[in-house]
Design a protein around this ligand. Structure first.
Ligand SMILES: Nc1ncnc2c1ncn2[C@@H]1O[C@H](COP(=O)(O)OP(=O)(O)O)[C@@H](O)[C@H]1O
Ligand SMILES: Cc1ncc(COP(=O)(O)OP(=O)(O)O)c(N)n1
Length: 270
């Protein structure tokens, strides 16, 4: 009988199948990890835009956490879009109630099309309640700027921001460079022991990048669930991203989804 580690995504759905929880589940499947899910909210979304957002009642979120805790052995988990302060608070409480370990926090704020997936007044709750629980946090550049409340313009300010986010309580910080304007897509990593490094990625000029952040953080969750180190999980995630960006699929008319099969016959060890 095959055994697969069990992991959890706590996030919102994307009806278009490219981002959010759908990207998480597809990624973990590609990494040979079994993904369970707590749906925090539902979006009506496609590759063009987000048309509607509906956070679920808190008691339904609680019920899903309980269902999972009653049955599964969750080795690693991640958070994605959490929508508002009430839901961020609820999720932080449930993570502690069920002692979820190996937590990757993707502090999703805005979708690529510009739709808000976190209200402005929820930022403080993310900072005070969720970030301190994170084993790894994976902000993109605008999210990191919102958290540290200053702009990030170069490598020095990137490093300073990562340090500030670590001081808020996240053990390891991956500051993603996908929104930088340069020819490179380097991500900066600051580990719990204070060591740091840059992960490089050649810029891929593509419209089909919907769900990049979800996919990157989900590989980390999958690799942590297998028992790999934080450093290895982060490096594998970047290799996976670099690989699948080379293998576009043509779905939808707007910002198309990534190809989660794209690393199948590659050298990426998943
Ligand atoms: N055009 C691109 N070429 C290469 N790598 C990219 C590109 N866009 C994003 N990435 C990589 O994808 C991952 C997700 O980054 P980013 O797009 O910044 O996150 P988010 O989806 O949360 O905004 C990072 O590792 C980033 O470097
Ligand atoms: C429901 C939902 N969650 C998260 C996102 C954003 O995902 P991300 O990986 O940052 O991808 P882009 O939207 O930036 O392509 C989402 N859109 N929907």
């Amino acid at each position: 009988m095959n055994e697969y580690p069990e992991a959890l995504t706590i996030a919102g759905t994307d009806s278009g199948g490219g981002a959010g929880m759908m990207a998480d589940i597809k990624t973990m499947q590609a990494c040979h990890v079994f993904s369970t899910s707590v749906v925090v909210g539902v979006t009506a979304q496609n590759t063009i835009d987000v048309q509607r957002v509906l956070p679920l009642p808190l008691e339904m979120v609680d019920a899903q956490f309980k269902s999972i805790a009653d049955d599964f052995v969750i080795k690693a988990a991640k958070t994605g879009a959490l929508f508002d302060a009430e839901h961020v608070h609820n999720v932080a409480q449930n993570i502690q109630r069920y002692s979820l370990e190996n937590l990757v926090v993707d502090p999703v704020m805005v979708a690529k099309g510009g739709a808000k997936l976190l209200t402005d007044d929820a930022i403080d709750t993310v900072i005070t309640e969720l970030i301190p629980l994170a084993d790894i946090i994976t902000p993109n550049l605008p999210e990191a700027e919102t958290i540290v409340k200053h702009s990030i313009t170069d490598r020095e300010s990137t490093k300073r921001a990562a340090k500030e986010i670590q001081q808020l309580g996240a053990k390891n910080v991956v500051l993603k460079g996908g929104h930088s304007n340069g020819p490179k897509n380097d991500d900066y990593v600051l580990l719990a022991d204070g060591s740091d490094f840059w992960m490089s990625g050649q810029h891929v000029d593509s419209k089909r990048k919907h769900g990049t952040g979800d996919t990157l953080s989900s590989v980390m969750v999958a690799e942590l669930a297998k028992g790999h180190s934080v450093k290895m999980a982060i490096q594998t995630a970047k290799q996976f991203m670099n690989e699948i960006l080379q293998h576009e699929i043509h779905v939808g008319q707007g910002h198309g989804p990534l190809n989660h099969w794209g690393a199948e016959n590659s050298n990426v060890k998943i």
